[in-house]
Design a binder for this molecule. Structure first.
Ligand SMILES: Cc1cc2nc3c(=O)[nH]c(=O)nc-3n(C[C@H](O)[C@H](O)[C@H](O)COP(=O)(O)O)c2cc1C
Length: 203
């Protein structure tokens, strides 16, 4: 039985969101093929993810903080780090916002990149500590950006996963449905056509 983290990052209701709808269809298909897996959903717009502020970084620098609010933030960050370490597979579902990922996705990423826990510095460079994990990114953009060097969404997530040691990475990119609205249904269908192959890889 594998543990799957299904991490969604969109404030829209599902019926108004291309990425959330495709993500939901994907995870339902995945569950059918893997009924014994444990899937935990994290909705980043409904979960309080602490930011790396002065209190949090103060504690990490070894400065004692007696403030219970700061300790609570650290404890929640530790929860997200440990939950990420304990999972076997990750599915991120994101929209493209202004050539990047929503800020809440980045705030979450800051809770899982913890030196000594998910990566470490060595004289030979950075070593990711997460082994034998897989990551799928389901990502939607209104225009075409998958080959755009100015877009920092899928490439960024792939780099971060690699930094943590998660090199088995694939993405389903749904792009251009607003640039060519007439082809929106076709664009969505061709993304869904990839499900069987990706479910097999992730299973
Ligand atoms: C705040 C915001 C910023 C956006 N920035 C971009 C962008 O840089 N490039 C682009 O092609 N589409 C952009 N879009 C359009 C979305 O990427 C597109 O609507 C996509 O389908 C969003 O996913 P969703 O339908 O799951 O919400 C933006 C939309 C919003 C709301």
């Amino acid at each position: 039985m594998a543990k799957v983290l299904y991490i969604i990052s969109n404030p829209k209701p599902i019926d108004k969101s291309v990425s959330l709808k495709i993500g939901r269809d994907f995870i339902e298909g995945y569950k059918k093929e893997n009924p014994n897996d444990e899937v935990v959903e994290i909705d980043l717009f409904k979960t309080e993810i602490p930011e790396l502020d002065s209190e949090v970084l103060g504690i990490h620098s070894g400065i004692p903080v007696l403030n219970p609010k700061a300790l609570d933030k650290i404890s929640r960050i530790n929860h997200f780090t440990d939950q990420f370490i304990q999972a076997d597979k990750y599915i991120f579902v994101t929209p493209l916002w202004n050539l990047g990922l929503p800020a809440k996705t980045k705030t979450y990423i800051d809770t899982i990149c913890i030196a000594g826990k998910t990566f470490r510095y060595t004289s030979a460079g950075v070593q990711g500590l997460l082994e034998n994990k897989k990551c799928l990114h389901i990502h939607s953009s209104g225009g075409f950006h998958s080959k755009d060097p100015q877009s920092h969404a899928d490439g960024y997530l792939k780099d971060i996963m690699s930094f943590l040691g998660v090199r088995d990475y694939k993405s389903i990119i749904v792009e251009g449905h607003q640039a060519i609205p007439d082809k929106a249904l076709e664009i969505i269908s061709s993304a869904k056509a990839k499900f069987p192959e990706i479910i097999q890889w992730l299973s």
